[in-house]
Design a protein around this ligand. Structure first.
Ligand SMILES: [Zn+2]
Length: 335
């Protein structure tokens, strides 16, 4: 983790032998209301999502109303652009006010200065974030499953927290909480400042969220936006969503590079801000390649490393192969 530029030696009083070294406290990351009041100029996202960096990255609060940074993740990987971090805080707060008691669990954003981050090809410019699905216990009560975990969901939206993979007695069945998950996605998509470009998510969760949107009579423009920005991932994305936001108009001028597609609404927003879009030359949907190859595990490798598993886990993983590479007819590949 890069050292904090704000940290400095405090010379204090020269007090001879009695001088005690008092470590300077870590500077507090901005609280939730502070995050929401930061100006757009706080952060600058530079370059392409798979090769760029981040200046003035804002730390996502470890906890805010309706939101929790995944406690199993490195807190040094929770920096993003002010637009993305504020967007997550606002959308999670909206869900919390409507259906309290089940916070969104947020995974990795970027390192403080962006750049390479373990386990991800992108996440380098502060414009990418992984969020877990809201889940419920899959029983008669259907209480929220809190805190959420990265649990792969099958085409019925069901999965299992296997806990100890070798022990069948500690398994907890869960299912997608489509209500809260849609509510979060809809709030984020409606947030013009956040400007969601893409959501990487498996087809069956996408369909379940579209069904939920119809059930609650969501505004047509938001439903269409969701259908448009959800792309076909190369990895399953059946246990989380990867969300990417566009460069802010200020950042475009500072060297932030968007990727295709550029939707008509995005062109209008940039034109209104008097900014010409900068599209990375390496952004063709199929041929954008990161400069250095990230070390990403294949499903087979992850499975081999997981150790002993009881037979239900093996059966689930066998079934998972069927949807991991399921085509999404007519949809663009995610890059
Ligand atoms: Zn991701």
């Amino acid at each position: 983790m890069p050292s904090d530029p704000a940290a400095h030696e405090d010379p204090g009083e020269a007090n001879g032998a009695a001088a005690e070294v008092i470590p300077e406290p870590e500077p507090e990351p901005p609280s939730e209301p502070e995050v929401l009041s930061l100006p757009a100029s706080t952060s600058t996202s530079i370059g392409h999502p798979t090769s760029g960096r981040l200046e003035g990255g804002v730390a996502l609060p470890l906890q805010a109303p309706g939101l929790l940074f995944n406690p199993s993740k490195d807190p040094g990987s929770r920096y993003g652009t002010v637009e993305l971090v504020a967007g997550l805080v606002r959308a999670a707060g909206t869900v919390e006010r409507a259906s309290p008691g089940a916070p969104l669990t947020v995974g990795d954003l970027a390192r403080e200065g962006g750049g390479e981050i373990s386990g991800h090809a992108s996440h380098r410019t502060g414009r990418d974030v992984d969020v877990l699905f809201h889940l419920r216990h899959d029983d008669a009560e259907g209480a929220p499953f809190v805190p959420s975990k990265a649990i792969p969901l099958d085409p019925d939206g069901r999965g299992t927290d296997y806990v100890d993979l070798a022990d069948p007695t500690d398994d907890v069945p869960v299912r997608l909480d489509a209500e809260r998950t849609w509510s979060f996605v809809a709030a984020l998509l409606a947030d013009e400042a956040a400007a969601v470009q893409r959501i990487f998510v498996v087809e069956h969760v996408r369909s379940a969220l579209l069904d939920e949107a119809r059930r609650v009579g969501a505004p047509q423009d938001i439903v269409e936006r969701f259908a448009e920005v959800t792309c076909q991932p190369r990895f399953p994305h059946d246990d989380h969503m990867h969300i990417r936001v566009f460069c802010s108009p200020e950042d475009v001028a500072a060297g932030c590079e968007d990727t295709q597609p550029l939707y008509p609404w995005r062109k209008q927003a940039l034109a209104a801000a008097g900014v010409k879009p900068v599209i990375s030359r390496r952004s063709g949907d199929e041929d954008a390649k990161p400069k250095s190859k990230p070390k990403l595990k294949t499903l087979a490798q992850a499975r081999a490393e997981a150790g002993p598993m009881h037979e239900d886990v093996v059966e689930f993983l066998d079934r998972r192969a069927a949807w991991a590479k399921q085509p999404h007819p007519g949809r663009r590949w995610c890059r």
